[in-house]
Design a protein around this ligand. Sequence first.
Ligand SMILES: Nc1ncnc2c1ncn2[C@@H]1O[C@H](COP(=O)(O)OP(=O)(O)O)[C@@H](O)[C@H]1O
Ligand SMILES: [Mg+2]
Length: 252
Amino acid sequence: MIEIRGVRKSFDGTAVLDGLDLDIPRKSVVTVIGPSGSGKSTLLRILDFLERADAGTVDFGDGPIDLTSTKASDIRAVRARIGFVFQNYNLFLNKTALQNVAEPLIYAKGVKPAEARRIAAEQLDRVGLADFADRHPSTLSGGQQQRVGIARAVALNPELLVLDEPTSALDPEMVSGVLEVIKQLGRDGMTMLMVTHEMRFAYEASDKVVFIEHGHVIEQGDPKRIFEHPQQQRTAEFLSSTNNVLVIPAAQ
Ligand SMILES: Nc1ncnc2c1ncn2[C@@H]1O[C@H](COP(=O)(O)OP(=O)(O)O)[C@@H](O)[C@H]1O
Ligand SMILES: [Mg+2]
């Protein structure tokens, strides 16, 4: 279990995260949903030290790491365990897909270049891009670029893969290929914490859904229960505002 405890963060005196706790069981997919501005991205960014918490810890099972820390050793310890998939891929445009995946292995993990290229080719194959290894990002679709971003994060073999709205920057026709790759990673046993607006995907791909609002967990549980029988009024209101059709299970 990965345990996140007591995360607090204010911007300009306004609390965005207000003592948030979250458990991520190993080999499970935990999906955070909630209104825009509810602190979802801030939580993920804090976990990767892209943003500094005012309070809070993360524990991968060998003791809590202080998320307010400015010590390089703490930051390295956490970053070595978390892979981050961003909304906008953040690929190096002057490098090929293969180089984008291989180079973090060489520079962050000290993997030998030939081995790094082998791992990168394997991961690109896994996301359906075996034939695109030598292409530069500008010649790839948004969906393909995001799959390179996923391959890059997964190649580092993180204990936890964090994804912040991985499809929200994509054209609609690109979304399903990326979601399918993420679903397969979940089936392969990757531990994931993700934020998505794709409610049907959250329903189908998650082991646990967490609804947050104003930096608090309002309700969490099995996706079937959250989507079909929310216990809290706010969850029900949010779900109906997303206009999703999830209360009706997919036809078989
Ligand atoms: N760097 C920042 N400086 C000031 N306010 C911020 C910053 N990052 C986020 N916020 C504010 O924190 C709140 C939560 O943002 P965010 O975590 O991005 O929400 P979500 O991802 O749920 O839409 C928003 O009101 C946002 O404007
Ligand atoms: Mg966000």
